[in-house]
Design a protein around this ligand. Sequence first.
Ligand code: ZN
Length: 152
Amino acid sequence: MFLTPHTSVALWITTKVDNPGLAFVFALISHFILDIIPHGDESIGKHKAKGRARFFYLVKVAFVDIILATILVYYYIMQNNGFDRMIMVGALMGAWVPDFLWIGIETFRLRFLNFYIRFHSRVHRLIDWHYSPVYGVPFQIIFTLFMIKMAF
Ligand SMILES: [Zn+2]
């Protein structure tokens, strides 16, 4: 799943707990729960281009995703005064770490951490149902909007 929906859940968690550590743990759990739900973006990673072209395609997708996630966090900060920023930071770390870890392991070829890659992709295959990003992207947008409505 894209980082933006994970981020929206992290912001919602920020409104629910009063402790950064707890926010981190809940957001971490939320990441894997969301990853279990079939979310229709698996085929984006299997883009037909190979090698560098595929890499740059994925970087472009990730770039847009990270920009959107950052805008979300920015608006949350602007909309809410006097909340504990550390709780938000804890929640964001919990929601982002699972994917950054995965990207880091792949990028730097940290073979000894490959068990994590296997775990992360096993989570995605728990419900083995794939569908097109044509539905997956709108699904993730609607989900994000719903979570924003809950959090803001
Ligand atoms: Zn993930």
